[in-house]
Design a protein around this ligand. Structure first.
Ligand SMILES: Cc1cc2nc3c(=O)[nH]c(=O)nc-3n(C[C@H](O)[C@H](O)[C@H](O)COP(=O)(O)O)c2cc1C
Length: 201
């Protein structure tokens, strides 16, 4: 018989690359890290991405309110950026103040230093209880300020295998705290209708 932990370890094999998600609304800009992005279309002419953003993260309301986000594939040498964006909240620090970026077509910030960026407009969303799954149309693609892909993409497997020892304890503690918060709301799923947003750039 599998325990819930055994099942969770199986689910972890389904994680996406470790990517940076940026968003902006009413002049407030932010970036965070996720490993829950998936390709949501097989049609080359209609590229789509789905991302799962926990409601307790500051970025959630920026994406919900603006109807846009930019996804950034990162390189395997970008641990410092992952620590900066993924271990701290915009509630405590203006993270993008020290990260070079420009504004993309959707109004979301585009990071200069990344493997590639995909600027997305939200076209639908689903409440999962603890998070919202945002479905985005990719409206612009590029390779950061470099203009071409460099290095190797940061996968979830690489991230976990090579996370600096000094951050490991903090990562495990933050994950446990997020799991606790998610558990309290995971069963409160409300049907929702996505209306075109974009009110707060
Ligand atoms: C490797 C890694 C993966 C993460 N995956 C997710 C995820 O899939 N969804 C999510 O909402 N948060 C995820 N997080 C957590 C957020 O990045 C983190 O809570 C961040 O501080 C949120 O910032 P904000 O409050 O400024 O939005 C992940 C963090 C790390 C380090």
């Amino acid at each position: 018989m599998l325990t819930p932990d055994d099942t969770y370890q199986l689910l972890r094999t389904l994680t996406s690359p470790v990517v940076a998600i940026t968003s902006a609304r009413a002049g407030v800009r932010n970036g965070m890290i996720i490993d829950s992005a998936i390709r949501a279309s097989i049609v080359p002419a209609i590229p789509r991405i789905a991302v799962f953003i926990h409601k307790f993260n500051f970025s959630h309301d920026l994406i919900f309110g603006s109807g846009a986000f930019a996804l950034h594939l990162l390189r395997t040498d970008q641990y410092d950026l992952i620590h900066h964006l993924g271990f701290h909240s915009r509630r405590d620090v203006d993270k993008l103040a020290t990260v070079p970026h420009r504004t993309g077509a959707t109004g979301a910030p585009l990071l200069d230093d990344c493997y590639a960026h995909l600027d997305c407009r939200v076209i639908n969303a689903m409440d999962t209880g603890s998070s919202t799954c945002f479905l985005g149309d990719v409206v612009d693609v590029g390779f950061g300020a470099a203009g071409e892909p460099r290095g190797d993409v940061m996968t979830a497997g690489f991230f976990r295998a090579h996370i600096p020892a000094a951050w490991r304890e903090d990562y495990v503690r933050q994950l446990a705290r997020a799991q606790g918060a998610a558990e309290r709301t995971a069963r409160e799923i409300r049907p929702m209708v996505w209306k075109r947003k974009g009110d707060g750039r």
